[in-house]
Design a protein around this ligand. Structure first.
Ligand code: PEP
Length: 252
């Protein structure tokens, strides 16, 4: 199995100086452990300052979004080469807030994944159903559609550089995390779909769970062999809870 992977998605929180303070707090208490990779995804404007502080550490850097184009007349967008030069190793693509608040389609997300991979940025590809879809019994069809359309055109070798994050929309920012059974069921379906459609050993693909992960529920979630880590929102804005989640991931 791959190492566990804990990613902190800061969303639109922290100015540059606040970002530097949070990173310094994290570095003050975090003891790196080879069984866990820790990454942070600050807002774009703080990437350079955070990259400088993380350079001598094993903590890796992710961006929260990327444009599918390399350059051109795309006002307000940030390209893959720009993120690469800033020191990003990863980029979150298809987060539910991008899908539902900013109208990103499966097709647009697929373009971004291809663009990121062309520039050796590793996508953290988010998928997840809304509450009404779960209640209508559509969880698996939604996940399959997002997976198939989001990954169309990728070769099995590309998938080795993609991390998948299952984030049920109803669990994001609500304090209502999926149970380990609910998450495991979907993670297992994702794995089996990767094996069937791309003919690869899906055990090598990291599948994270995201949605109200805290230091209190992380232990239970990491009991599942299908859950390779977490994409953490609110709890990553506090250095102690973020580091605690990483420690739990290492212990389990
Ligand atoms: C997220 O935004 O990806 C997320 C999982 O947020 P939270 O942990 O706050 O639910």
């Amino acid at each position: 199995m791959p190492n566990r992977f804990i990613v902190g998605n800061w969303k639109m929180h922290n100015t540059i100086s606040q970002a530097e303070t949070l990173i310094q707090e994290i570095l003050g208490i975090y003891q790196a452990n080879p069984s866990v990779e820790l990454a942070v995804a600050p807002p774009h404007v703080a990437l350079q300052a955070v990259a400088r502080l993380l350079a001598p550490t094993p903590i890796t850097l992710a961006a929260q979004n990327v444009c599918a184009k390399d350059e051109g007349a795309f006002t307000g967008e940030i390209s893959p080469p720009m993120l690469k030069e800033l020191g990003c190793q990863y980029v979150i693509i298809g987060h539910s807030e991008r899908r539902h608040l900013f109208g990103e389609s499966d097709e647009a997300i697929n373009e971004k994944i291809h663009a990121a991979l062309r520039h050796e940025l590793q996508p953290i590809f988010c998928i997840g159903e809304r509450l009404e879809e779960r209640e209508a019994g559509q969880t698996h069809s939604v996940i399959q559609r997002q997976l198939q359309k989001g990954l169309v055109g990728l070769e099995p070798k590309d998938l080795g550089n993609v991390t998948i994050a299952y984030e049920p929309v109803w669990a994001i920012g609500t304090g209502r995390a999926a149970t380990v059974e609910q998450a495991t069921e979907v993670h297992a379906a994702i794995r089996s779909s990767l094996t069937t459609h791309w003919n690869l050993n899906s055990e090598q693909i990291r599948i994270l769970y995201g949605g109200s992960v805290t230091a209190d529920n992380a232990h239970a979630l990491f009991q599942s062999p299908h859950i390779n880590g977490a994409l953490v929102g609110k709890a990553c804005l506090n250095s102690e809870s973020f580091v605690k989640i990483a420690e739990i991931a290492a212990l389990d």
